[in-house]
Design a binder for this molecule. Structure first.
Ligand code: GTP
Length: 197
């Protein structure tokens, strides 16, 4: 168990090519709205939402990063300290799908192997798809990532993406706490050996 009054805050970065729906996903999740307009993200921005996971309050801070390469230098700095990641590509944009491995590498280079999900957005546009279902599934398998299909427009599966990440992060935190207390226990035993009372 985590300490009762300890608030867990998780920094989540949402990455992927331009126009795949990153800003829309964050707006949908934090404000419950969807707009048709495309306003290119310049640099980064963040919104937050509080949720409960097994009676624990968790604050998710969602960092919206620009998909356009021209902002690469700025966005990279914002990956630092990230504890979870959403990798987004679009059903109607093949390039965004092919760019997924390089986004994953960029994030890993800054923050290592943090809990990550792969998301295929704009599933409402499946009639105009530019990739086969199996291709996306194979990529998820190759990268060893949980895979979700979402429609930010129709509000499909967006909540599930963030709940999964929060869950996964808490699991890791608890495991880490358990390991830490194990280490303390073991070392105090050792001190006992050298300084018996
Ligand atoms: N049909 C459909 N359109 C969507 C969906 N999600 C986002 N869009 C639209 O896609 C366009 C781009 O969305 P944004 O959220 O601005 O994309 P972004 O990934 O933040 O783009 P950058 O800021 O350039 O990185 C907008 O016109 C959205 O309305 C969806 O699930 N379905």
């Amino acid at each position: 168990m985590l300490e009762e009054d300890m608030e867990v805050a998780i920094k989540v970065v949402v990455v992927g090519n331009g126009a795949v729906g990153k800003s829309s996903m964050i707006q949908r999740y934090c404000k419950g709205i969807f707009t048709k307009d495309y306003k290119k993200t310049i640099g980064v921005d963040f919104l937050e939402r509080q949720i409960q996971i097994n009676d624990e309050d968790v604050r998710l801070m969602l960092w919206d990063t620009a998909g356009q390469e021209e902002f690469d230098a700025i966005t990279k700095a914002y990956y630092r300290g990230a504890q979870a990641c959403v990798l987004v590509f679009s059903t109607t944009d093949r390039e965004s799908f092919e760019a997924v491995p390089s986004w994953r590498e960029k994030v890993m280079a800054e923050v290592g192997d943090i809990p990550t999900v792969l998301v295929q957005n704009k599933i409402d546009l499946l009639d105009d798809t530019v990739l086969k279902n199996e291709e996306a599934e194979a990529l998820a398998k190759k990268l060893k990532l949980r895979f979700y299909r979402t429609s930010v427009k129709e509000d499909l599966n967006v909540t599930e993406v963030f709940k999964y990440l929060a869950d996964k992060y808490l699991q890791r935190l608890k495991q880490q706490n358990a390991e830490d207390s194990e280490v303390m226990h073991t070392s105090s035993n050792k001190i006992g050996e050298y300084f018996p009372v």
